[in-house]
Design a protein around this ligand. Sequence first.
Ligand code: GLU
Length: 499
Amino acid sequence: MTHHVRVRFAPSPTGYLHVGGARTALFNWLWARHTGGTFILRIEDTDRKRLVPDSLEDIQESLRWLGIEWDEGPGVGGPYGPYFQSERLELYHRYAQELLARGAAYRCYCSSERLARVREERRRRGEPPGYDRHCRFLADEERARLEAEGAPSVVRLKVPERGTTTVHDLLRGEITFENETLEDVVLLKSDGYPTYHLAVVVDDHLMEISHVMRADEWISSFPLHALIYRALGWELPTFVHLPMILDPTGKGKLSKRKQKRADGHVEENMTMVREFREAGYLPEALFNFIATLGWAYSGDREVFGVDEAIARFELEAIRKAPAVFSYEKLEWMNGVYIRALPAEELARRLVPFMARAGIEVTAEALLPLIPLVQERLKTLADAPAYLDFFFRDAEVPPPELLVHKKMDVESTLRALKAARDALAEVEWTEEAIESRLRQLAGELGLKAGQLFQPIRVATTGKRVAPPLFGTLYHLGRERVLARVDRAIELLETALSQQE
Ligand code: GLU
């Protein structure tokens, strides 16, 4: 008996990687890394009707982006392959045969019409959905006749009619199910593909999986799996069903629906890893955040690195209680990670986000601007809105935007003209620009904001922009003067129209 930890993430390529799936992958991976074990990626692609073409690529890319590399699986191979269930059909047939031979399964010849009828009748009688076990009790002659006719069939699990099945989950302890409530589920379909129930047991056993860590939605299938293990005479691995992930309200399972955020705005919940990536979350921040969904690094620290998580991760510390997915917390955490990046690295990571906004710029060109925005960015995708006016002409501001509180067109015009003269002469350093403009505000009898706001709007096209003096300095005198001139013209036109 080996004590080597072997764990797996077993996604079905039926959709893009969800954060819930990423959490499952991450916990398995942490456990493997913590113990020096092996992390396996296995693709459960037996439900042929539900396959989504590029989901396989998305799952792999999203895992890699998060830094979750697998030791065995697609692309890397390994001694327990193939790692695609669709390439393991023979194995499932062999064990389905074995279950039949041991009397733990039976062939069912029911047509889909009959099954639909049974479902409908059960529904009408208020019974739980399920199969009525018709073929379990077929007379031998009847069975022989159907076989001779070559009637299509599925293989079903023969669940004990009475008694209970008890299973053990590491976090929840023993869970006992009344066998009456369990269904004779299909193990092998008529198309020759196994169902999840058969394939998962066969593969976890043959791949020598030591710990099955999976979503808690599988708890209800757990007794069926236990019955299959026992029927085949196999030892069960350790099972750990991970806590559910709830949406920010804490009332429902995390899903795509629209919800109100703490600051009041309504947004569709992001759920796919690729959406967070596109929205400008750092993989290290998402990794950290996901690791806190059902596990805590310590009582008082929420921000921790990969190596720290690996060092501390323990299965017993996983919580049973559902975890709430807080977008605010993730955003906050992302800001923490953005602020911690070296400026060169942040510049490099911003390049694709600038490009997406139509601004082709190199990391070198962004680097001097990083100090202006690093403190303010919540996501990488925020950057173009802060920085676009450095790389293309600022939007022409509507005159009202130029006029600050307790100012009018006339006084703003006077202030801007004075600012223009000052900016034309001042020594071009951040400090000199700042002290000259502050001094000018005093000379004009204006509050700082009353002078600074029109300059900001004139040069950036926005009311909210990075710190003013650094912005002016990096824009350069020439562009600053040209944009101030344009604002002056705008105000002059507005004034003449007023008269
Ligand atoms: N293929 C299953 C899923 O995607 C895997 C469940 C398991 O880990 O056993 O949910």
